[in-house]
Design a protein around this ligand. Structure first.
Ligand code: G3I
Ligand code: 9MR
Length: 584
């Protein structure tokens, strides 16, 4: 151990730099690094060949030092040179300062065996805070306790959804489920990918989730908490199926509520037009849920079977109605009242068909779905999002490959190649300035870009689990680092975690509850140069197009389909840490 004697000089330099306004910031994963994981920090604009030091908290001992790596320019951030401090070989658990003389900050670095344990749990608990129709009690919600809102026990059939059996003005009971995001509406399409991702996390890491508690009202029952939380939304989804098998696109107000608490929201609620996308997403998720809940038949008798029947019925409806878009503009031209909440409209449905066919084929082994999969070409498989779901079918087919009928072998082979080729492409591009997989092309920075980072990480974890190659795991870790602070804005994007995290998310309860800290465990959307909210953002480059402003819903809202992949990624990484598989 050598003493770092120049720290007085360091402080003086830091103050001068801070006053002159140069952005010489060190960005790290603010929650920490695994003991044998890669450990990289990023620093902007330093002298070539500068050294970095890892010291004890009192600066007394230097436990590690090294030279910053040669600079790369950060194309999508501020065009400034970025140098990396790589201290991966340092493997002593503890809490340290990272010092780079001349930098404005001296972040505290945690090195520990499971750095994502707490945030992983909080991200699941985030779903509990989104529950509609029930009060959040202090025992579970602490200072974020609140009254029940949106009972949804008398929801109107919107004129776009009227049938002889359910005419305009009639009501249905469709309580529960999660609020979608910062708004209080409930959308089937977005629930689809969200529930899928959580259930896929459960099935990939079940030994981990079987014993993980995060204190919800159902924690005392025999079901794992994660499944209890998913059930809260799944049961709501089941109520959204019409008697003919079709599924209403959403349960919604006509217009967004104001910035009020859920119990203050009194506008009428509607279920609107059934759509093919919602119905296929529903079919896929119900078929998947049927498999998972089959293991819990004793505790939840009949549930698995009900899910399977609902899935088959939905598929049959979709076969009869293969192209019913949810086009809100056209709908509003014909039906009243006009509906102006989120549209989640999608006109390209081949991926939804593929996903539903895949889940139904695995669950039922019925020739109808196997035939569908054999007849059609695999649609382009992209990083998943609410409107691009082919990858979800791919994950399920590969996860269940051993159970698949032989006929699907060639399809599974080609999907395996797609998964590995794309994983390699993600890694190939990961040598950019901050050395994260996220952010190597401008298209990564869309509305909800943080979910792109998390979903890239999930893709890489699937590649790791299929091949055992650690480079894929390290790629996934790099995106965990991105989400938790090693990024151009320097934010840890999960509320309540890290030293710099969003305090003003576009989230109605967090805005209206009068409590300073926002509801914790929520991932904000992240940098989005589209700035569709019309707010002023301080920076113009894609990776820095973020502002912690509660009106900036295009970058600072929270949403269930963004939390879910973060749940998968950070808990999956944590599970793998407990299995001792991290490392260079
Ligand atoms: O699909 C096109 C693509 O072809 C084109 O290249 C690209 C160029 O910008 O745009 C793509 O469309 C985007 C679409 O998302 C699909 O990614 C739109 O620009 C973009 O505005 C749209 O954003 C969606 C936003 O709602 C507005 O509709 C977000 O993905 C979606 O997450 C967000 O969801 C909202 C709900 O409506 C309401 N509840 C809150 C939730 C989160 O903000
Ligand atoms: O709060 C709404 C948020 O959930 C949506 O993602 C966003 C885009 O549809 O719209 C927000 O609502 C705003 C509306 O679109 C325009 N008027 C102001 C509303 C609150 O900021």
């Amino acid at each position: 151990m050598t003493l770092y004697k120049n720290y007085t000089l360091f402080f003086v330099t830091a103050i001068v730099v801070a006053i002159s306004g140069n952005a010489q910031q060190i960005q790290i994963n603010q929650l920490g690094y695994g003991i044998d994981a890669p450990k990289i920090a990023a620093v902007t604009n330093m002298e070539k060949g500068s050294r970095f030091y890892l010291t004890s908290l009192n600066y007394g001992d230097t436990v590690y030092s090294g030279v910053l790596l040669p600079a790369h320019t950060d194309t999508y951030a501020n065009q400034m040179p970025v140098q990396l401090a790589d201290f991966s070989t340092f493997q002593q658990p503890g809490v340290y300062h990272l010092l780079v003389p001349g930098a404005q900050n001296q972040p505290i670095v945690h090195i520990q065996s499971q750095p994502f344990y707490a945030v992983g749990k909080a991200l699941i608990k985030g779903f509990y805070y989104q529950r509609a129709s029930m009060p959040l009690l202090p025992a579970y919600a602490g200072m974020w306790r609140r009254e029940a809102g949106h009972p949804d026990t008398a929801v109107f059939i919107h004129s776009s959804a009227a049938t002889a059996q359910r005419p305009v003005g009639s009501v249905i009971v469709t309580p529960g489920g999660w609020y979608d995001a910062g708004d209080y509406n409930k959308y089937i399409v977005n629930s689809g990918i969200t529930v899928y991702t959580l259930l896929n996390a459960y099935s990939n890491f079940s030994p981990y989730f079987d014993t993980l508690h995060f204190y919800i009202p159902e924690s005392n029952n025999t079901l794992p908490d994660l499944l209890d939380e998913v059930l809260y939304n799944l049961r709501w989804m089941l109520t959204m199926q019409d008697t003919d098998g079709g599924v209403y696109h959403k349960c919604t107000n006509a217009a967004f509520d104001g910035m009020i608490m859920p119990n203050a929201a009194m506008q009428p609620r509607y279920v609107v037009q059934k759509s093919t996308a919602a119905t296929l997403d529903f079919a896929a998720v119900m078929a998947q849920a049927s498999r998972i809940f089959a293991q819990w038949n004793q505790v939840l008798p009949g549930l698995s079977d009900s899910c399977k029947k609902a899935a088959i019925h939905a598929w049959q409806w979709a076969e009869g109605h293969p192209n019913i878009d949810y086009n809100q503009v056209q709908m509003n031209a014909k039906f009243k009242p006009a509906i102006t909440t989120g549209a989640y409209g999608d006109t390209q449905l081949l991926d939804e068909w593929f996903w539903a066919a895949a889940e139904l084929a695995i669950t039922t082994e019925d020739a109808v779905y196997i035939h569908w999969l054999l007849q059609y070409k695999v649609p382009p498989v992209t990083i998943p999002s609410w409107n691009r779901v082919a990858a979800l079918g791919m994950y399920s087919l590969l996860d269940n490959r051993r159970l698949l009928p032989q006929k699907l072998g060639l399809l599974a082979d080609s999907l395996y190649r797609v998964l590995i080729q794309n994983a390699d492409a993600l890694l190939h591009h990961a040598n950019g300035a901050m050395h994260t997989v996220m952010g190597q092309c401008a298209d990564d920075f869309i509305w909800g870009s943080n979910a792109v980072a998390a979903n890239q990480g999930i893709w890489l974890l699937h590649a790791f689990m299929l091949t055992g190659q650690r480079r894929y795991l390290n790629g996934a870790l790099s995106n965990a680092d991105y989400l938790l602070g090693r990024n151009a804005s320097g934010y840890c994007y999960v509320t309540g975690f890290g030293v710099k995290s969003p305090m003003h998310p576009h989230h109605r309860p967090s805005i209206a509850d009068g409590i300073e800290p926002p509801v914790p465990g929520l991932l904000v959307g992240g940098p989005n140069p589209g700035k569709q909210d019309g707010q002023a953002y301080p920076n113009i480059f894609p990776e820095t197009a973020y502002t912690d402003n509660d009106k900036a819903y295009a970058c600072n809202e929270i949403a269930i389909n963004w939390n879910a992949p973060a749940v998968y990624l950070l808990n999956g990484l944590n599970y793998l840490a407990t299995q001792g598989v991290w490392g260079k």
